[in-house]
Design a protein around this ligand. Sequence first.
Ligand code: C5P
Length: 313
Amino acid sequence: MGSRSSVTVRAPAKINLQLSVGAPAEDGYHDLATVFQAVDLYDEVTATPAPGGQFTVEVTGTDAARVPDDGSNLAVRAARALLHAVGPETAPRLGVHLHVRKRIPVAGGMAGGSADAAAALLACDTLWGLDLDRAQLSEVASRIGSDVPFSLLGGTAVGMGRGERLTPALSRTGWHWVLLVADGELSTPAVYGELDRLRAGRVLVEPRVSEPLMQALRSGEASRLGRTLHNDLQPAAVSLRPELDMLLEHVEAVSPAGVLVSGSGPTVAVLAEDEPHAGELAVALADAPGVSRVLRASGPVPGCRVVDPGVRS
Ligand code: C5P
């Protein structure tokens, strides 16, 4: 095992182009059929060696104050889970300080926490010279959170099970999005819980990937993809934050092409026809009601990447 001065990894945010939710299982998790797209909005994690058994984190960047900087931080949990996976006997000798630089909206439905966990896994794996392969990292990732394996993989992928059983999907590149970061945050368990409440007593079919959506992804036609976007969690997010409905109506009046709540929300993703259209939409939606920030992103992009491997000593 070689030691390095520090390792920096960047990890992308995701948009669920489809999120179909089945019945809850006994453990409370829901059976999903989802289609992820990784977009070029990144968090960065730098891992620096620390004395054995020490795990610390500092968070800077957008909305950093809303992210925990203790052992509950997902990046720290990921570093600990990695050591646990390679053998607790290694643990006393290794520690890490993690610096998380946030750009992905916090608790916005774009897998920001999962991106930090995935980035920490790859950064610590490289820092400590563990050299786990992607399948092994993905296995550790799935124990931290359902979206963490996708952040490692990136691109466009179908997620089944809890969303962690991934199959890469064919897609044209160059989809352009405007992301409306809505005021406040939504808790993912609360949104799933609200969905269960709204659907109580209904017979639920097994979720399936939408074939029209997969065809639209291959066609490269934004208007076609826009018509097939679907998120079962959207009514639950709107039910918990009724002001989202006003925002969605506002967006649909400006751009009827394709709009949906991203994951468990409250970020709203608007699909543009092309890059110039994304620029126009970002301007037109700048004063949309209840929006704190307007971002642009495009995808698909690769998953976690080491951007600075540091110096080996
Ligand atoms: O897996 P992760 O920790 O990201 O999930 C956050 C929460 O989202 C879970 O605690 C659960 O309430 C909900 N969830 C779910 N079914 C899934 C994925 C997540 O109910 N397939």
